[in-house]
Design a binder for this molecule. Structure first.
Ligand code: SAM
Length: 284
């Protein structure tokens, strides 16, 4: 599938702070490896040479290179493209480039060359520095570059990545469509900060962070989870993981569509499905 954008196109977006940290996005990668490893190993049809794109990797390319090592354990030839809007950050990363690891200046309109395509985009701690009005155009533009069935994980973490929340969006299967479908909102904690659901509110993605107010779905979600946490507090004696898991099971019993497999809950992941909102579209 050829990309409709030439590399000379002006990068869409704004240079922002480049703060990152070693292994900050390890849990994001581990999540993808557990959620859909086939997305990384797929070599059929147009997926054969399709990139994993790390958008906005920061002042150096450590998170991109760490992901390369992690993902190439299951696909040693996975093509990877680190994209930065800051030219100097790309220049600094270039010594790490090789035949399957690329670094290019670009923005939400990804710097793809003719014939190149994308299977997975990770955009972490990028949109948090934008205004909410920039969210929909950024998503719409990114969607144009991703193969039907491809995925984007876009979210915000705390400085060391022990806590994050991310949108998981799927490129719709109609090949001529440029829209995402919201698949899930994913909450992640490794419990180093304890377990207080209020902590998640500070790292909500841009489309939610200003909406934790009465009348909004994300507000209702937190209110329901808060009462589930209180109702299951007796499980705390067995440890924070058990408490987290019990609170999420209790929340699901209130009608929220959540994946209750232990492999997610015991590792501190809450996957909330059934987000009807189409990314980039109107809020419901
Ligand atoms: C805070 S850093 C995040 C680094 C890394 N992803 C992490 O989570 O640790 C954000 C980076 O995104 C870059 N950036 C901002 N807008 C961008 C865009 N539209 N396209 C590409 N990079 C962008 C900034 O230049 C900055 O280096």
């Amino acid at each position: 599938m050829s990309a409709p954008y030439a590399i000379s196109k002006k990068p869409m977006g704004l240079p922002t702070r480049g703060k990152t940290a070693a292994n900050r996005l390890r849990r994001v990668d581990n999540f993808i490896l557990l959620y859909e490893p086939s997305l990384l190993t797929r070599t059929t049809d147009s997926f054969r040479d399709a990139f994993f794109v790390d958008l906005g990797y920061g002042f150096d390319a450590r998170t991109t290179l760490e992901s390369a090592a992690r993902f190439r354990r299951i696909n040693p030839t996975l093509p990877i493209l680190g994209v930065e809007i800051d030219k100097e950050r790309v220049e600094a990363a270039l010594p790490h480039a090789d035949e399957i690891t690329h670094f290019r200046v670009g923005g939400f309109n990804l710097p793809l060359r003719a014939g190149e395509s994308v299977r997975l985009v990770r955009a972490f701690n990028v949109l948090r520095q934008y205004e909410e009005k920039d969210f929909a155009p950024a998503y719409e533009t990114l969607a144009r570059h991703v193969l039907p069935g491809g995925l984007m994980i876009e979210g915000t973490s705390n400085p060391y990545g022990s806590l994050w929340v991310a949108n998981l969006v799927r490129k719709t299967l109609e090949s001529d469509s440029s829209s995402w479908k919201m698949e899930a909102l994913v909450f992640s904690t490794n419990f180093r900060m304890g377990f207080d659901i209020a902590d998640f509110q500070a790292v909500l993605p841009k489309n939610h962070i200003h909406h934790v107010v009465k009348g909004e779905a994300i507000y209702d979600f937190f209110e329901a989870w808060k009462s589930s946490v209180a109702e299951t507090s007796s499980t705390k004696t067995f440890g924070l993981r058990q408490w987290f898991a019990a609170s999420v099971e209790n929340l699901a019993a209130k009608g929220y569509k959540i994946d209750l497999h232990k492999k997610w809950l015991m590792k501190g992941w809450l996957i909330w499905y059934g987000q009807e909102q189409v990314a980039g579209g109107e809020r419901p």
